[in-house]
Design a protein around this ligand. Structure first.
Ligand SMILES: *Cc1c(COP(=O)(O)O)cnc(C)c1O
Length: 376
């Protein structure tokens, strides 16, 4: 039983056939425009630009936010590595922020004490007193489907003049105090790789309410071509555009988005009931201010999750540990990290369980009993 697989059951075949029949298979085509327009509407933002991946979306969002080489960018330490790599692509330095133990998200209290205690304002800009580098942006990563506590984070960003780029790749369909995830940052990024809520095979999206930023992202994503006819360039661009065939799959997937979130929440409810009052297992948390999308259902065990992972593997049930915290990965040793122990502990004890949107109740019962057995 796989951890999380795509579910292709809508108009995907019809829309892809339409692309192939019409010959519009590459970077230009009506499905790209439609996917962008419908996705922007879904999040409630004015603009969306489709990209080859979520990582490419993050790279372009950082550039559009004005992050420059040698700037510092505040980012979660407990995350898939993509947003931190994107920070390095622009030559900036990550400041890694531990997770909080309640909901496992970026600890906003640590961000606050860093900004108020370790940084100083010079003119309109903020500088890290120790490193001397300019602090330019915050990248909250809403991991596993659950929001970061955004209100105090947005207040801090406003107070210190920092850009906010939401990494919303794992939390499409989630909400924070009634606001959609991806609608609160200056720019927000989504991913459509194979195990995300929606898939286009591979793909991503930048959304923003700023026409100017959207135009800049689009320009950079198409090799920064400055003339519709002549090949002239004022900037270094990238080839980061999603193809029409992928966008066609995306349009069909997007039509099923609400149903997928509903399924994920049902799966989470069943797991929560099954693990209630069980020794050694804590169900996945959801803050009272959050509506989690429960993208990747994850439990917290009392001890090391690896022996449990191996026991489930022997029964052909795929589970996964969380990511090794970023500061323990070779390229990121030596970068500034605020705390880190909570992320390390969660990495040791958390386990993600099968939660594909079409997981049956019978399959889920098999996971539950195998997990309870393994834990006891
Ligand atoms: C999946 C993911 C991304 C982007 O992934 P791509 O594979 O490049 O589409 C970025 N950040 C996080 C937290 C992710 O989980």
């Amino acid at each position: 039983m796989p951890l999380c697989t795509p579910y292709i059951h809508g108009a995907e075949w019809d829309y892809v056939k339409d692309c192939l029949d019409s010959g519009w298979v590459s970077y230009v085509g009506s499905y790209v425009e439609r996917f962008e327009k419908e996705f922007a509407a879904k999040i409630g933002m004015a603009r969306a630009v489709a990209t080859t991946s979520g990582t490419a979306a993050l790279h372009l969002a950082l550039l559009a936010a004005g992050v420059e080489p040698d700037d510092e960018v505040i980012v979660s330490a407990l995350t898939f590595i993509a947003p931190v790599n994107a920070i390095r692509y622009v030559g900036a330095h990550p400041v890694l922020v531990d997770a909080e133990p309640q909901f496992w998200q970026m600890d906003v209290g640590l961000v606050e004490s860093f900004l108020n205690g370790n940084c100083e304002r010079r003119g309109t800009e903020l500088f890290n007193k120790r490193s001397g580098r300019r602090v330019k942006a915050i990248v909250p990563v809403h991991i596993l489907g659950h929001p970061v506590d955004m209100a105090p984070l947005l207040d801090l960003a406003r107070l210190h003049g920092l850009a906010v780029i939401e990494d919303a790749t794992e939390s499409l369909g989630a909400a924070y105090r009634g606001r959609k995830i991806g609608s609160m940052g200056d720019l927000s990024c989504f991913s459509f790789n194979g195990n995300k809520l929606l898939t286009t095979g591979g793909g991503g999206m930048v959304v923003t309410s700023s026409q100017k930023k959207a135009d800049w992202v689009r320009y950079l994503s198409t090799q920064a071509k400055d003339d519709p006819l002549e090949y002239v360039h004022e900037n270094i661009g990238y080839n980061y555009r999603l193809t029409n065939v992928q966008a066609a799959i995306g349009c069909a997937q997007l039509e099923q988005c609400d149903a997928y979130v509903e399924n994920k929440r049902q799966i989470a409810t069943r797991y929560r009931h099954a693990f209630a009052n069980r020794d050694g297992i804590t169900a996945m948390p959801e803050a009272e201010w959050a509506e989690s999308a429960f993208w990747l259902y994850t439990v917290l065990l009392d001890g090391d999750s690896r022996p449990v992972l191996r026991a489930l593997e022997r029964q052909n049930i795929q589970t996964r540990p969380l990511w090794q915290p970023i500061h323990l990965n070779t390229p990121y040793r030596g970068f500034e990290v605020l705390g880190g122990e909570v992320a390390e502990d969660l990495c040791r004890r958390c386990l993600s369980l099968p939660c594909s949107v079409n997981l049956t109740e019978a399959e889920q019962e098999r996971v539950v009993s195998a997990l309870l057995d393994a834990v006891s």
